[in-house]
Design a protein around this ligand. Structure first.
Ligand code: LLP
Length: 427
């Protein structure tokens, strides 16, 4: 991609030399190119609005939870798909108006529902039980809440089973057979106002047909809704557009392919129904994944039954390879022009066999002190990090043109122990 390049044998991101960044800020280090996020937002949002102007882009906040990333997207006009009180707080702190948020999730607490009511945030309701609780909470506050229901479209989604959410068997959403009943109940309640339809079929989807299928299902739901007197004012098709983690071999649909698959089906549907709802999308990965590299330093190299490059970042900082067998490209950042010499497994410092960032990759001859860049680490990277093995999380840096600044400092050992409390009986 255009924001990654090589100069003098070193990998660059934006206008910055990654090895200099690693030296200046220390490793491990997450480095995010703000302009890449802006470009991604413009491209995805532009592809959709070119075909239908009433589009709203809600950033899926879970992909990258740094407040600076929220601010970048807020200033581009993004709203957010939020799943927790923390995500609500971040989105509001970044200046996103409450009306640009959708509170999602299949297991909301009473406090979550009260928060949505208090702030005037629309809710995607995942069950009749939740509906009744929300209605009661709104009633208590003397307010009404605009809601959508999350539809389970029962679509087979070609992605990793752990992130396919549109399956009939998934925990998310209300089955098509029950959805009308749920809307009827919402109509009968005083404090919930059903105005939208919500769905999300899964993540890292590298085909567009499942999205078109999804839209057809949602148009069918809209048709039934009109029959019972609800004219949907938005139809939210969720996120899920995948990216080519294997740049050499993987073909990923572009935002234009996505828009071309989804919008005409949507337009045909709504014209036939004689309605003009907003089309909402909730991209996470596509906006932020390729904006970020994780820089990690080689601690040692060992040749046993194969050759390991032991680096200072592991699944504590990037769990995707371990959790989903995900593939991330790795580059020897300070030897980016050097010929491939042998196969390495790039392994982290965590005391588990599964702590492998990259398996059997052809890389230049490596030595202690070298810097490895793990690409496409901006989505579900830092966001899923942990302090496992009592390792403080690393810093995150944001780049804008020639500027580079911390957007999160590295945690310290004191940060590990600060929340811990001594039980009274321990000396
Ligand atoms: N909307 C809803 C309701 C979602 O649950 C998600 C993601 C999104 C939107 C955004 O999906 P995206 O555009 O990013 O694919 N940790 C996994 C991905 C989990 C996705 C969870 N939900 C991974 O690292 O691949």
């Amino acid at each position: 991609p255009s924001h990654l390049s090589v100069r003098n044998g070193r990998l660059r991101i934006g206008e910055h030399d990654t090895v200099d960044l690693a030296d200046r800020f220390g490793t491990p280090l997450y480095v995010t190119d703000e302009e890449r996020i802006q470009d991604n937002f413009r491209r995805l949002s532009g592809a959709l609005t070119a075909r239908y102007p009433k589009v709203r882009v809600l950033y899926a906040a879970k992909a990258n939870g740094n407040l600076a990333v929220f601010r970048t997207l807020a200033s581009m006009g993004a709203g957010a798909d939020v799943f927790s009180a923390g995500e609500v707080a971040l989105a509001l702190a970044a200046g996103m108006p409450p009306a640009s948020l959708l509170f999602n999730g299949s297991s909301k607490t009473p406090a979550d529902l009260a928060l949505a009511v208090e702030k005037g945030i629309r809710v995607s309701v995942d069950s009749p039980d939740e509906l009744r609780q929300l209605d009661a909470a709104a009633g208590e506050a003397g307010k009404t809440v605009d809601i959508a229901f999350r539809v389970n479209p029962a679509i087979d989604v070609p992605t990793h089973p752990k992130i396919a959410t549109g399956l009939a068997t998934s925990k998310f959403g209300i089955p098509a057979g029950q959805i009308l009943h749920a809307y009827r109940e919402a109509l009968s309640l005083e404090h919930t106002n059903p105005i939208g339809i919500h769905c999300h079929i899964g993540s890292q989807i590298l085909a567009v047909e499942p999205f078109a299928h999804e839209v057809r299902v949602l148009i069918d739901v809209a048709r039934d809704l009109i029959d019972i007197g609800v004219e949907p004012s938005f139809i939210d098709i969720g996120g899920g557009l995948g990216i080519p983690y294997r740049r050499e071999t993987e073909r990923a649909p572009t935002p234009e392919d996505y828009a071309e698959a989804v919008v005409p089906v949507f337009l045909r549907g709504i014209r036939e129904l004689g309605i003009e709802p907003e089309l909402w999308v909730e991209p996470g990965r596509w906006l932020v994944a390729d904006s970020t590299v994780l820089l990690t330093r080689v601690n040692s190299v060992k040749t046993a039954h194969k050759t390991f490059a032991n680096v200072d970042a592991g699944f504590n900082l990037l769990v995707r390879p371990t959790m989903y067998d995900a593939y991330h490209e790795v580059v020897a950042a300070n030897k980016a022009d050097a010929p491939a010499a042998r196969e390495y497994s790039v392994t982290g410092p965590i005391c588990e066999t599964g702590d492998i960032l990259a398996k059997d990759r052809l890389l230049p001859e490596l030595a202690a002190g070298d810097i490895i860049a793990v690409l496409d680490a901006g989505a579900y990277g830092f966001a899923m990090s942990s302090q496992y093995n009592s390792r403080p999380r690393c810093a995150e840096v944001l780049l804008a043109g020639k500027k580079a600044a911390l957007m999160r400092r590295a945690e310290t050992i004191d940060d590990l122990t600060a929340p811990m409390v001594r039980p009274s009986w321990q000396a």
